[in-house]
Design a protein around this ligand. Structure first.
Ligand code: MSP
Length: 657
């Protein structure tokens, strides 16, 4: 449908309760869905739970429950999280839904009929934590390369999907559709992965070993692999049935499928090749965002115990502030660290000082000096025109960034207008105008500030729906009117003529009061933040670091001998002969990528690095390191222990000075 917009989140495992990572993807999808709805699109927003597989079965057993009863019990927590975060989903999909299960069986039958499935003996390593198979060479120290958790050797006969035959078609599709996998670094990662030969995909588990799944329609001894089942939810949820019916076409292909970078291969390779086999078009975009990390650089996850419960943030700071923080704090696509201080800082600057303060100033001065109604414009103070122009430009930017899911930039664009308006208030000094009895100019300033308050919240409504509605009420508008005004402003531009002259304004409490709670009032939150931080610390006691002495000075001439370049890591593997070394292929924009041996394996896996931009010493004489040639050096921070890489966001091959 031309006016449709379909957005999905991953469906979450019901082996644990939700945390900041899950809240993050879901809030991002929600903001995008709300924005598109406000713009008049026919939106379908789907999220849900992934309820089959070994992990869920083990959890149910651990709790002494039947798996279905366990799922029914756990799903309550997920729905509760969504309700608390005011997630406006259209469908909450559960893979135990009978209609979904029937459709999955239909797809299996269809692929079987098309001779795209076969049965074969198999030896592999199964990671229950990632719910996927690995080959022996994938393992890191004998553990799952994704989760670091133990794997189980599996020797069994299984059903396979002929995934390998779609390899070239998938590469071609990715190359022909630059926006298909985003961000760019993730696209490169997938292309890097597809440079190796793609195998076929094991899509079953013998019931004798693991029975909690959807039975194969043509082989009752097997259930389907949890990912095969789960990925199909994106289609079955919008009515796809493998019987030629077309209901799903109202929303398919999806506009955005949001995922965390942990599940890139399953989506960009397994899902897309499944779709090819089913002869269903591929989604328009698979967008892999980054991770919320703890201080030690590890992904926040339930199993590490270093997660922050979003509910605590919501209870202490309010829902809108929590949603704003999640989307503003880190670039969508990059990793970010959570810290309590970071949260407080963002709250106090953006929300309390900038947005909240601006609105409160406008409302209270209007009420104190202008009888509490929206004034008509008086004479210009000479500063309004620039503010209107800025708002027009920033709204366009907001729109473009929201369309591209760059929430942090979209929010900042609106905050630019808010900050400029606070400066405008300081410059025009309405208190002085009031004192001097210059009502004409005072009317203009107050009207302008009220208009900006409305303008900003109207744009931010998809992120801060409650505070926005509160502000609309204070200036005599409804949410419906605000959405219509937003669409009008996007179409015909911003003129700061949206409010109705004479409408009563209401001051009330500031939208975001400055956070002044005493530590004992937020003890619960502080404790949780501390516990997450403690869990993040590496198990071994960290030795006190000696500060390394600055070396003897060098001349500029010495320094300028260094040729530093921006490189992009294309692929890599572990050094065959040294645990701490990685052998990486790095592009400096030259004809051939360089092979560089880097002593960073204690901190990074190859997967962490592919797609990253790094600084390379390009003119370091080649050397053979433990039998492998190295043509340059990657710059990293840290002494003996690597802490991070020196990374830049610039074009490959660029000189670093
Ligand atoms: N059930 C599979 C997905 C199947 S989709 C067909 C799964 N579930 S999960 O419960 O493990 O959720 C993974 C998702 O949660 C990630 O892709 C990401 O969206 C989110 N996050 C979990 N931890 C995260 C962080 N620490 N940071 C950001 N998001 C992460 O995988």
């Amino acid at each position: 449908m031309p006016n449709s917009f379909y957005i999905t989140t991953p469906i979450y495992y019901v082996n644990g309760k939700p945390h900041i990572g899950h809240a993050y993807t879901t809030t991002a999808a929600d903001a995008a869905a709300r924005f598109q709805r406000a713009k008049g699109k026919q939106v379908f927003f789907q999220t849900g739970t992934d309820e089959h597989g070994q992990k869920v079965l083990e959890k149910a057993r651990e709790r002494g429950m039947e798996p279905m009863a366990h799922c029914d019990d756990m799903v309550v927590h997920w729905k509760e999280m969504m309700e608390r975060l005011q997630i406006s989903y259209d469908r909450f999909m559960r893979t135990t839904d009978p209609e979904h299960m029937k459709a999955v069986q239909g797809v299996l039958q269809m692929l079987h009929d098309r001779d795209l499935l076969y049965k074969q003996g198999y030896v592999g390593w199964y990671s229950p934590s990632a719910e996927r198979f690995w080959t022996e060479k994938d393992l890191i120290d004998g553990k799952c390369p994704d989760t670091g958790q133990p794997v189980q050797k599996v020797e069994e006969t299984n059903w396979f999907f002929k995934m390998s035959q779609y390899q070239q078609r998938l590469v071609d599709h990715i190359e022909a559709n630059p926006g298909f996998i985003q961000p760019e670094s993730r696209k490169n990662e997938v292309l890097g992965f597809l440079r190796q030969e793609l195998g076929d995909l094991c899509i079953s588990r013998p019931k004798a070993r693991m029975s909690w799944g959807i039975e194969f329609p043509f082989d009752e001894d097997y259930v389907t692999y949890v990912w095969f089942d789960a990925l199909l939810n994106y289609l079955t949820g919008i009515g796809y049935r493998p019987d030629g019916s077309t209901q799903h076409e109202a929303f398919w292909p999806a506009d955005f499928q949001l995922i965390g970078k942990d599940i890139l291969t399953t989506h960009a390779v397994y899902w897309t090749t499944m779709l090819m086999a089913m002869e269903v078009p591929l989604p328009k975009c698979i967008y892999a965002h980054g991770w919320w990390m703890s201080h030690d650089g590890r992904k926040m996850s339930k199993s590490l115990g270093n997660v922050i419960d979003v509910e605590l943030l919501r209870r202490n700071f309010g829902l809108d502030a929590t949603r704003y923080f999640l989307l503003r704090e880190i670039a969508f696509g990059a990793d970010g660290h959570f810290s309590y201080d970071g949260f407080l800082g963002r709250y106090n600057t953006d929300l309390a000082n900038d947005l909240g303060n601006m609105a409160h100033r406008g409302l209270s001065m209007t009420s104190n000096w202008l009888g509490g109604t929206v004034p008509a414009y008086g004479a210009s103070t000479g500063h309004e025109e620039a503010l209107v122009a800025l708002a027009g430009e920033k709204l366009k930017e907001f729109d473009a960034q929201m369309e591209g899911l760059q929430f942090h930039k979209a929010l900042d664009a609106i905050m630019d207008v808010v900050r400029a308006t606070n400066k405008y208030i300081d410059t025009t000094e309405p208190w002085a105008l009031n004192k001097a009895g210059n009502v004409d100019a005072l009317n203009t300033v107050m009207r302008t500030v009220l208009e900006v308050s409305y303008f900003a919240t109207m744009a931010l409504e998809c992120v801060i729906p409650n505070k926005a509605a509160e502000l609309f009420g204070k200036v005599g508008k409804t949410t419906e009117q605000a959405r219509a005004d937003l669409v009008a402003a996007l179409h015909v531009g911003v003129d700061f003529q949206a409010l109705e002259e004479g409408a009563a304004v209401e001051v009330g409490d500031p939208l975001f009061p400055r956070f002044r709670k005493q530590p004992e009032e937020i003890a619960e939150l502080l404790e949780a933040a501390k516990a997450a931080e403690a869990a993040a610390k590496p198990a071994k006691k960290s030795k006190k670091k000696k500060k390394s002495k600055v070396k003897e000075p060098i001349t500029f001439e010495d320094f300028s001998k260094l040729d530093l370049r921006v490189g992009e890591v294309l692929s890599g593997e572990k050094h065959p002969d040294a645990d701490k070394l990685l052998v990486l292929k790095v592009s400096l924009g030259e004809e051939q990528p360089r092979q560089i041996v880097a002593g960073i394996a204690s901190k990074f896996s190859v997967d962490d690095l592919v797609g990253r931009k790094v600084v390379v010493v390009a003119n370091l004489a080649p050397a053979t390191i433990r039998g492998v040639e190295s043509q340059g050096m990657i710059m990293a921070a840290g002494g003996k222990e690597v802490v991070d890489l020196v990374a830049v966001d610039a074009n490959v091959g660029e000189v670093v000075r």
